[in-house]
Design a protein around this ligand. Structure first.
Ligand SMILES: CSCCC(=O)C(=O)COP(=O)(O)O
Ligand SMILES: [Zn+2]
Length: 213
């Protein structure tokens, strides 16, 4: 059983405000259709603030965000966390530097996930915007975005992500076939930048495919 914690309501509210701000912006771009998407922030070294399942992610208030432990269990509330909470807490558990995780369902993300599902990965090469991903200092690099099969079995999805990371392959985000994207950062601002960069790279890749290039 998880240890009870004394919830710092100001800290939780601060996370919730950042999450709601991000949701408003991403929703306005049409990346969170029909209550899809979920967002989180690290609360401390064992807990995360995450969106409550089923809420409109473009119209979040602070009461739409709750606390979970790194096993994905609700803390100090009976609310139900995002159905995909395990994919968030996985990143916090694996990398203490991760401070925010974003998941969206944009049109481009979803189309690209289907188009590249069989290949299992999209390789971005030679795009200046690759430099928006932390650690990429030149466009003369390869940036891989894996595409994992979709499943409602979250531990199975977690295992797919673990297998990629355990193979020592760099990972800054991933697509899920027919579903959407996950990406993260040390801060919410960095996670948002990564998300925007991946969205842009997917858009230009799809445009080139449409043009037959
Ligand atoms: C209607 S979207 C289906 C679930 C999903 O993929 C998603 O991103 C939202 O799920 P949540 O439980 O976080 O609301
Ligand atoms: Zn989703």
């Amino acid at each position: 059983m998880a240890h009870p914690i004394q919830v710092d309501s100001e800290r939780l509210a601060q996370c919730a405000r950042e999450i709601a701000d991000a949701g408003r912006e991403l929703g306005a771009r049409g990346w969170t259709p029909a209550t899809s998407s979920n967002f989180s922030m690290r609360y401390d070294d064992a807990h995360a603030a995450v969106t409550i399942s089923g809420r409109d992610k473009g119209r979040l208030g602070v009461d739409d965000i709750m606390l979970v432990d790194f096993a994905g269990q609700a803390v100090a509330t009976t609310a139900r966390p995002s159905a995909e909470t395990l994919l968030h807490v996985q990143m916090y558990r694996r990398d203490p530097a991760v401070g925010a995780v974003l998941h969206t369902h944009s049109h481009n993300q979803t189309v690209a996930s289907r188009l590249y599902a069989a290949a299992g990965v999209i390789r971005f090469s030679g795009w200046e915007l690759q430099k928006a991903i932390t650690g990429y200092v030149t466009h003369e690099s390869d940036l891989d975005l894996p595409v994992f099969p979709n499943t409602q079995d979250m531990p199975e999805l977690v295992a797919q992500v673990d297998a990629w990371l355990d193979a020592g392959k760099p990972l800054h985000g991933y697509l899920i076939d027919g579903h959407g994207i996950y990406t993260w950062g040390r801060t919410m601002a960095e996670a948002r930048r990564h998300l925007e960069a991946f969205e842009f790279l997917l858009a230009v890749t799809l445009d080139l495919r449409r043009l037959g290039a």
